[in-house]
Design a protein around this ligand. Structure first.
Ligand SMILES: [Mg+2]
Length: 88
């Protein structure tokens, strides 16, 4: 399988932008447990999108993409907040 580095960088940028937007609205994760729960909630939303029927829900791909970006952003937030806590 080939990979497209530019595509991956562009997607990473979207994840970063989602991370910034979420970080402007919500405080840092209070604990690892909260971070896990938030990622799990986004995973549940991704799963709901995955289960949609393609033909009846033409928006399925866009929903899956959106939820994947949010999963990525919350995973980034988890790592980010963990590193920040280590500095304290
Ligand atoms: Mg979501």
């Amino acid at each position: 399988m080939t990979t497209d580095g530019n595509l991956a960088v562009n997607i990473s940028q979207e994840i970063y932008e989602e991370f910034c937007e979420a970080s402007s609205k919500f405080p840092e994760f209070a604990s690892d447990h909260e971070g896990y729960a938030v990622i799990l909630e986004e995973m549940d939303e991704l799963w709901e999108a995955v289960k949609l029927n393609n033909k009846r829900h033409p928006e399925r791909d866009e929903k899956m993409r959106k939820e994947c970006i949010q999963v990525g952003a919350m995973a980034l937030r988890f790592i980010h907040d963990m590193e920040i806590r280590k500095r304290k």
